[in-house]
Design a protein around this ligand. Structure first.
Ligand code: EPZ
Length: 422
């Protein structure tokens, strides 16, 4: 059965749209429940494909989970396996997060080496190097990272680049590793900070969360906890841009943590978009008739998030003049440009920079999602295009957006899911 989205564009949107809990905070949080056997209640975990894939792996390892009315219940009391199946892991790169959790919990792990992905080669050498420095013996056998170790010992690890999941893996392994583990050039993303605070609440001794250097004093035991997942800043950014797409739009985005979005909000202001705070964490998006071209350079947090650049590219096709987006994290993150140009955009890619001429009238066309954020950006393009846009490969979009169709229809978008016998 092939699923596709059919969108009739140029329809002014009006109403409130609520941001869900963060996918990229939920995935490491689910893994962290392996570090102390017991029952956890995780509130606001979004029901998206990547979360379900993670939970299937947890079930395979022996955990029991259930989505209750207000929270996800996970019971890791009976977890008795440390080998992650390739069939499930190969569906999602974030399965690498089982490496740190299993090594921390069991001092051994078997985790498939993630393959490449549409946005870049995305090696995991920092993860392997860091875990080895803690004293683990890691071998690659038949595509699996096989980790064996008698004992882990804390040490200083310097990351070549502030990798998000490498920092998360080392934090999870480090909090049950004897001695002190120091992570230098650590990632500072809000999702990393969330995991650090979750581990602290579980009893871990961690300092410097959200800073360049994290200090972890290993503990023998941690405890299960209940916790609420932070709002999804990338989903929030997606909907703030949605609100800015058409001058007539009157969209209020709720459950937005403005602090986590400082740089994107500054960029929106440069473009001529303002956010009016209408309630705690709720913002009305307002824009001028003519919006400005700008320059964007992606960088690790608190820099401009690479995950939001496709959405700003769509918005900047409507700006009066030439904009530049330079992508510094992933070498192949402009695949959506070809699809936008099929819709009539004028975007050239030179080396790692997209050069966007505007304003251009986008025309509805059949297009395909190439990855999660690229796909969601095409939904936004379809909503501000003339006529009908049909989007293929929508499974990629559903990996990271909860109830997207319902939420967009809730503000008056003309978007439908069509399922074809194929
Ligand atoms: C996380 O991926 C996010 N995923 C990504 O979101 C996000 O794009 C990325 O961080 C950057 O913000 C999750 O949190 C599950 P990195 P991650 O390691 O941790 C290089 C989405 O759309 N690198 O910080 O995999 C790497 O190639 C996804 O939700 C190495 O060279 O990203 C990249 O150039 C897409 N070796 C850079 O570091 C390594 O061992 C940053 O990647 C690790 C990373």
């Amino acid at each position: 059965m092939e699923r596709k989205y059919v969108i009739r564009g140029k329809k002014p949107l009006k109403g409130e749209i609520e941001v869900s809990g963060a996918k990229n905070a939920s995935l490491p949080a689910i893994c962290a429940t392996l570090l102390a056997p017991g029952v956890y209640k995780l509130k606001k975990v979004p029901k998206v494909r990547d979360v379900f894939c993670m939970l299937k792996i947890m079930k395979y390892l022996g955990a029991i989970y259930e989505f209750k009315k207000d929270y996800l219940k996970i019971d890791t009391t009976k977890v008795n396996k440390f080998s992650v199946p390739y069939e499930l892991a190969s569906q999602m790169r974030a399965s690498i997060l089982f490496l740190g959790a299993l090594v921390g919990a069991f001092k051994k792990a078997e985790v498939p080496l993630p393959g490449g992905c549409a946005i870049g080669k995305r090696p995991v050498d920092f993860h392997i190097k860091g875990i080895s420095q803690l004293g683990a013996n890691i071998n690659l056998e038949r595509g699996n990272l096989i980790v064996k170790t008698k004992k882990l010992k804390g040490t200083e690890i310097i990351l070549d680049f502030p990798s998000v999941t490498a920092t998360e893996n080392l934090m999870m392994a480090g909090c049950l590793t004897e001695g002190e583990t120091v992570i230098k050039n650590a990632a500072k993303e809000p999702e990393v900070v969330f995991l650090g605070n979750m581990l602290k609440k579980m009893g871990a001794e961690i300092k410097g969360i959200g800073e360049d250097t994290i200090y972890i004093k290993g503990k023998k035991k941690l405890k299960p906890i209940n916790i609420e997942i932070i709002p999804d800043r990338i989903e929030a950014g997606t909907y703030l841009v949605l609100g800015a797409l058409l001058e007539e739009n009157e969209v209020i985005v709720k459950n937005v943590n403005k602090i986590h979005l400082k740089t994107p909000i500054l960029k929106l202001q440069e473009i001529g978009i303002t956010l009016e705070e209408v309630d705690k964490n709720a913002f009305r998006v307002k824009r001028k008739k003519i919006i400005n071209p700008i320059k964007i350079i992606t960088a690790p947090y608190p820099g401009f998030p690479t995950d939001l650049q496709p959405f700003f590219a769509v918005l900047l096709t409507q700006a009066k003049g030439v904009s530049f987006i330079t992508e510094n994290l992933f070498e192949n993150r402009f695949l959506y440009v070809f699809e936008l140009n099929r819709m009539g955009a004028e975007i050239k890619v030179e080396d790692r920079t997209a050069i966007i001429k505007g304003p251009t009238l986008l025309m509805g066309s059949p297009v395909k999602a190439t990855d999660l954020r690229a796909g969601a950006a095409l939904v936004l393009a379809g909503l501000c295009a003339e006529n009908t846009t049909t989007i293929y490969n929508v499974e990629l979009i559903e990996r990271g957006y909860e109830n997207l169709i319902e939420k967009l229809s809730g503000v008056g978008a003309d978007i439908k899911v069509i399922e074809d016998e194929s």
